[in-house]
Structure formats: C-alpha cells, structure tokens
Design a protein around this ligand. Structure first.
Ligand SMILES: Cc1cc2nc3c(=O)[nH]c(=O)nc-3n(C[C@H](O)[C@H](O)[C@H](O)COP(=O)(O)OP(=O)(O)OC[C@H]3O[C@@H](n4cnc5c(N)ncnc54)[C@H](O)[C@@H]3O)c2cc1C
Length: 500
C-alpha cells in the first residue's frame, strides 16, 4: 500500500493506494479477499465496508429466527468446512465468517464504517479514485486502486421495500420491516400480521408463533415451499466414521449440489410434476382438508422465484396447531386496528410486519464516472454477469439464485485472479469488456429473462440494470453446473476483453 497527498480545494488529503479495492465485507467480500490473498499473494488490497462490522446480510437482518434457506455445505465457501446442521441461523453464519476472517488474518485489510460514495476512473492515471465517507466521524477519505472488486450485494441495507398502501398511517400499532427489526419490539401475546409469504415470512412466523397471541401470514398469491429435516444424513454418517471435516464438506457439498441440480432440472423438464410434488409435500404436512389449493398452490412455474425451505416443517406445524394461519387475499387499505382486505374481511393486528422485500441497489449506489463522464450502468452490456462494456478494471459479484450465492463467489474469485495474472503476463494495466464485431448486431436484452426468473425486487428495477446479449459471454449465467465447467476455461483472449 502506498500513499500520496492530494490537494482538494483548501484541504489536503492523504490518498492511499492499493492494487485491489474490495467494496463490502459480506459473504462475497470476505470470500473474495481470501481468494485474492491465496491466489495473488503479492497484491496489496483493502476492503471498505459501510457498516461497523462484517457479515452484510447476516449482520443487517436481525429479526427473530433469521436463517439461511440454502444448506451451508454449499452456501459456505469451498475452502472452509461447515460442521453443523445444514440450515444455519444468522448468528451461526456470522460466527463462520468471523472464523474465516481470523483464519486468514483479514482484519488488517478491512476498514469498517467507510461508505463508498464515488469512484472515478482516469485513463491517464490508469486507476480508480474512490471516495468514501466515514460513517463514524463524517470525514471524507480517498483511496486509489488499479482494480475494483465490487462485493456490495444487490439491495439497500438501510431500508427494505414497503409498498404504498392507502391509510397505512392510520394503523395504531407498529409497522415493522424485517430488515430494520427493532430490538425491543414486544410481540408477546400480540396479534401479528406478516405481509408477504417468501422466505422471510416462512422464517419469522414460526420463530414468533409460540410467543404471539396469533400470527397471520397475509399473501397476495402463494409461494413454493419445500421442507425436510434440518440434518444431513450423509454428513452424520461420515462424522460417525470420523472422516476429516474437509472431506465431509466436499462430499456433502457434491451430494447436495447433485440433488439441487436434479430438482432444478425437474422443474424445467417436468414442471407440472415438480409443481405437484412440491405441493404434495406441503399437503402431507398440513391437517386433512386444509385448503392447499388456495394457500399453497402458486400460479408460476417452480424456481421462477426462490424456493423457500421450511426446515422440519416448522411453519406447517404452527398452522396445524392453530398458532399461525395463512390468508390469501389483497390489501384494500389499512384501518386503525388492522388491514381491510379486498374480500371485505378485516384482519385485526397489534403489529404489522411488511416482509415485502428489498430495494435493489445497483453497484452500492456509488456514483461512478469514467474520465469525467458519469457512468450509467443501464447503458452497458454485461460480460458474463460480472464486468460491463466500457468499464475498465471492475468486477461485480452477483451470485446464484437457484443455487447458493456463494458458489459464484468462489468461481469469480478464481476468474479474477486468473485475469489479474493474465494481465501481468501481457504487461498491461487495463482490461475493458467491449462487444466484438460479431456481437454488435445481436439483440440487446434485459439483465434477466423474466420467463426464467422474476423476483419482485428485480422486476421493479430492471431499468437500472445492465443488459445482456443472447450468448454466454454476454449474460449472467444462473446455471452453476455449466458455469463451474465453462468459466475456468473462458478464453481471456477471445476479443471480448480489450487490454491496454
Ligand atoms: C434474510 C436473507 C436470507 C438469505 N438466505 C440466503 C440463502 O440461504 N442462500 C443464498 O444463496 N442467498 C441467500 N440470501 C441472499 C443473500 O443476500 C446472499 O446470498 C449473500 O448473503 C449476499 O452476500 P453479499 O456479500 O454479496 O452481499 P451483502 O450481504 O448484501 O453484503 C454487502 C455488503 O456491502 C456493504 N456495502 C454496500 N454498499 C456499500 C458501499 N457503497 N460502500 C461500502 N460498503 C457497502 C454492505 O454494507 C454489506 O455489508 C439471503 C438474503 C436474505 C436477506
């Protein structure tokens, strides 16, 4: 790391220089730092993180019961064995990430409370200048870097998404978003209505059902759930045989990936059968005569949105015991004592939880510019869902939705290190994706194909996202299984990447 001094108006600021600057210390940023450190050990780097601690999603979300819905054998990194039950609480994931930081001595590279606000690329200097605001002191600090590794996730951490409903201010009780759950919220013996039925609602409802007077999950339309025990039989057997944890991690990871692949394939090859099978699982967990058709039969093909996992069927047990109930209807308005539904029914509540999703954040809402011109990412085309046409020396981690996000962190970690070494071999300092002549006539499409995957927070903000073309070099693959084989072989000299 070297330091230069820059004069900004009347103030003099020290600008520290690193070869690689990582934004974000969530699961992507921590994993990327390990890959960089292991595979490019001589490169100087820093991780700038807006929050006062690491973990990203797992630090921000503190609602009762917060947990993964992926198994940690695949949501964990390939280099750090997972040794507990497959579905993990937010606290367990935080602990795992803390151990990774300790194991690899990352703490000296991470700067907490540094909110990155702008990044300017200068072709003359062949580097980025990054300005961050210290969230503890308000001071402005600057870094320069040859390469930006963007690990800032995909949503705004300060506030979740709540639709505008008529009369919401009329409601007398608290309206809470799970992303900003008040630590002192007293839900004991209260009637709680959770709006939304995605993974968050499926987690939160059973976590509070025993303490509340009643929990109602209010959904506009049903979601797919799948359910099973929160244990991995294969892992348990291997542990009984005293197999080393590194082996167990790798074997169980491969087994889980195969199972997930088979399930995903089934949803494409035989969607009706996959749909029926998922619904049957739910039906079997609910009392006879329960209206599964109304509350648990989605209108879309499985996997167009994330499948929410219900470990040990906890949500269904609470429904069966009468502690929780589902309501499938639309909100007309809020009243003083609850929610008036379009059917005319009124749901009485003491607390309303809006589990209605995220506000998308594109590249951490950072103001990017290139040689003085503001960058509009929506005008770019993505190179393999990680780089962008006309944007030099920048990689963005955007993980998988149908498989664990982190699988892509590992793959991109390998890719970036290979790219950096390739640049060294070529003796160049800049790499910029650029369409080849044969790409120029291709139709320019949206970031995701809504027929394939269409979660609300992406659909609401697709106009902010980069574009894709109809070929693998120029789109985000959501297929881990093919990317795992193809990305390590991607030709860095096929003309998509221009060096200088
Ligand atoms: C409750 C919940 C459960 C989930 N469960 C799963 C699951 O089981 N499996 C799965 O695959 N996915 C899951 N996801 C998706 C999950 O977000 C990702 O898998 C993963 O945690 C994202 O990690 P990340 O590091 O890329 O981003 P984040 O976790 O969002 O972390 C990004 C970090 O970057 C920081 N940052 C952002 N902008 C800036 C800036 N401008 N300057 C400085 N720092 C910045 C943020 O403060 C944050 O710490 C879940 C999401 C939620 C909300």
């Amino acid at each position: 790391m070297d330091t230069r001094v820059e004069h900004l108006g009347t103030t003099t600021t020290a600008v520290e220089h690193v070869e690689v600057l990582i934004v974000g210390a969530g699961i992507s940023g921590i994993g990327s730092a390990v890959h960089l450190q292991n595979n490019c050990p001589t490169r100087s780097y820093v991780v700038l993180e807006a929050q006062a601690g690491y973990g990203g999603t797992w630090r921000t979300h503190r609602y009762p019961g917060v947990r993964s819905d992926s198994d940690l054998y695949t949501f964990g990194y390939r280099f750090k064995p997972w040794t507990s039950a497959p579905i993990a609480s937010g606290a367990e994931i935080q602990k795992y990430l803390g151990e990774v930081i300790d194991d690899h001595h990352l703490e000296r590279h991470i700067r907490f409370e540094h909110h990155v606000e702008s990044a300017e690329w200068s072709s003359d200097e062949q580097r980025w200048t990054v300005r961050a605001r210290r969230t503890d002191t308000g001071a402005s600090v600057q870094w320069s870097a040859n390469f930006l590794w963007m690990c800032q996730g995909y949503y705004r951490h300060d506030r979740g998404y709540t639709p505008e409903w008529p009369g919401i201010d009329r409601f007398k009780g608290p309206v809470v978003h799970p992303q900003t759950w008040p630590e002192d919220l007293d839900y004991r013996d209260k009637r709680v209505v959770i709006i939304g039925s995605g993974a968050t609602a499926a987690t939160l409802a059973p976590a509070i059902a025993n303490d509340c007077a009643h929990v109602t999950v209010l959904q506009r339309s049903p979601t797919y759930y799948w359910s099973g025990e929160n244990r991995n039989e294969l892992a348990d057997q291997l542990r009984d045989l005293e197999i080393p944890e590194e082996w167990i991690h790798e074997i169980v990871r491969r087994s889980n990936l195969k199972n997930l692949h088979d399930l995903t394939q089934l949803t494409f090859d035989e969607p009706d059968f996959a749909k029926e099978s998922l619904i049957e699982l739910v039906r079997a967990a609910l009392p006879d005569g329960y209206d599964v058709e109304r509350h648990f039969t989605p209108r879309y093909r499985p996997w167009r949105q994330r499948l929410a996992f219900v470990p040990d069927g906890d949500l269904f047990k609470d429904i069966a015991a009468g502690r929780a109930s589902m309501v499938t209807d639309e909100i007309d308005s809020f009243s003083e004592q609850g929610i008036v539904l379009k059917s005319g029914e009124e749901l009485y509540a003491d607390i309303i939880v809006t589990a209605t999703g995220f506000n998308l954040s594109v590249l951490g809402d950072i103001a990017f510019s290139i040689d003085g011109a503001p960058l509009d990412l929506a005008e770019t085309v993505t190179y393999r869902g990680m780089m962008f046409t006309g944007v030099p020396n920048l990689v963005w981690i955007f993980g998988y939705f149908r498989a664990s996000w982190t699988l892509r962190v590992d793959l991109i970690g390998d890719f970036v290190c290979r790219l950096l070494r390739h640049m060294d071999e070529l003796g160049v300092t800049r790499v910029t994706p650029q369409l080849r002549r044969e790409d120029e006539a291709a139709p320019v499409l949206g970031w995701l194909d809504p027929e394939d995957f269409n979660p609300g927070y992406m659909m609401r903000s697709m106009d902010l996202m980069p574009h894709r073309l109809d070929r693998p070099e120029w789109q985000l693959s959501q297929d881990y299984w093919s990317e795992r084989d193809l990305l390590p072989l991607a030709d860095l000299d096929d003309g998509c990447l221009r060096y200088g």
